[in-house]
Design a protein around this ligand. Structure first.
Ligand code: NCD
Ligand code: ZN
Length: 346
């Protein structure tokens, strides 16, 4: 039996939602992960430090007994965000990052940013106080093909912004393209990228071949195979600029299986099993810890977790339920389309 012991991992991009969905899904993260950056795209979004404080409290109230988990809160950047409020959030220790959603880019992003000029005062303050900006890196211009949105964002939005404000620390979240990987590698030390579990496993065929498969649809949408291979190489390289952000994004099944389904893949329950499989395939099990437990905390200026996690490769298949049942309805769990043999030891 093969085993590997690593420091307990963290998730640097997670959607917990609220209410009954949050109650149903939180244990899937807190069972394995010590900390997670919590996305603020609720309805209405988490905009102010007071909103984040209240949301944090709601998270702590539904945390299963005995689980040790620290939610790292973010603010949803709008054109009305106040720099003083953001600074106060950081100073109080509550706020770990601010999230930039270009308006209309993804689920619940209509209140996001249309005009970057309007948020420059906030970004300047963040640069001054060393608070990272987490970026959903896609343009929303209708002329741009959805598969090109990330590459065009880098060229027309992110690079100009970083030239304008070189001190700003930026996390390019859920990188999905070779262009994204190359851009991060070419940049100075204040740019890093998170990579999801599912983008290491699927390419765009998963969504479209043999029928339309809504549970593989997420944003940024999965790209061609050569992009997936670039993501795999980066994630398993040990390069400290790349770390795990699962982007686990639960939607109840009726919201995915319909004429206009929501974007988002729910990966929290089996993410660690999937990642052990991927890293083993790449002969990089010795670098799994860097990707899931070391690079992220180093980037966010935090200490790695002291606790450890052991993963065991069993001869028989590890079984995960197909769905997570919640008070709001069933949520389909990511199916990597290969048998999983790695499991987290209890
Ligand atoms: C996320 C969601 O459902 O909130 N969806 C997704 O496809 N990843 C939003 C996001 O992170 O883009
Ligand atoms: Zn997300």
């Amino acid at each position: 039996m093969k085993t590997i012991t690593i420091r307990r991992p963290d998730d640097w991009h997670l959607h917990l939602r609220d209410g009954a969905v949050m109650e149903g899904v939180i244990g899937d993260t807190s069972r394995h992960f010590a900390r997670a950056i919590i996305m603020p795209n609720l309805v209405p979004p988490v905009v102010t430090t007071a909103d984040a404080q209240a949301y944090r409290q709601r998270i702590m109230e539904v945390l299963p007994e005995g689980h040790r988990f620290q939610p790292l809160m973010t603010l949803y950047l709008t054109e009305h965000t106040q720099a003083d409020d953001v600074e106060e959030g950081k100073r109080s220790g509550l706020i770990t990052a601010v999230k930039l959603y270009p308006a209309g880019a993804t689920t619940n992003s209509h209140g996001g940013v249309r005009d970057l000029d309007k948020v420059m005062p906030v970004l300047e303050r963040m640069a001054a106080i060393g608070l990272p900006l987490c970026v959903h890196g896609e343009v929303t211009t209708p002329e741009v093909d959805i598969f090109d949105r990330e590459a065009v964002f880098i060229e027309t939005v992110l690079d100009p912004l970083r030239r304008r404000l070189p001190e700003l620390k930026v996390t390019m979240e859920h990188v999905t393209t070779k262009e994204g990987i190359d851009y991060i590698k070419s940049a100075p030390a204040n740019l890093a990228g998170s990579i999801t579990t599912h983008h290491l496993i699927i390419n765009r065929n998963a969504i479209l071949v043999g029928g339309i498969r809504p549970h593989y649809y997420c944003l940024p949408v999965a790209k061609r195979e050569h992009h997936r291979l670039a993501l795999r190489a980066a994630a398993t390289s040990g390069d400290p600029r790349f770390f795990l952000g699962t982007d686990s994004a639960p939607h109840v099944d009726p919201s995915k299986e319909c004429g206009c389904g929501c974007a988002g893949i729910y990966t929290s329950p089996n993410t660690m099993s999937c990642l052990a499989h991927v890293f083993e395939q790449e002969n990089a099990l010795d670098r799994l810890e860097a990707f899931v437990s070391l690079n992220g905390p180093a980037w966010y200026g935090l200490a790695p977790n002291e606790e450890t996690m052991t993963l065991v490769k069993h001869d028989e298949q590890a079984h995960f339920p197909a769905k997570r049942e919640t008070g709001a309805g069933d949520i389909t769990i990511f199916d990597p389309m290969f048998p999983l043999h790695w499991a987290v030891a209890d």
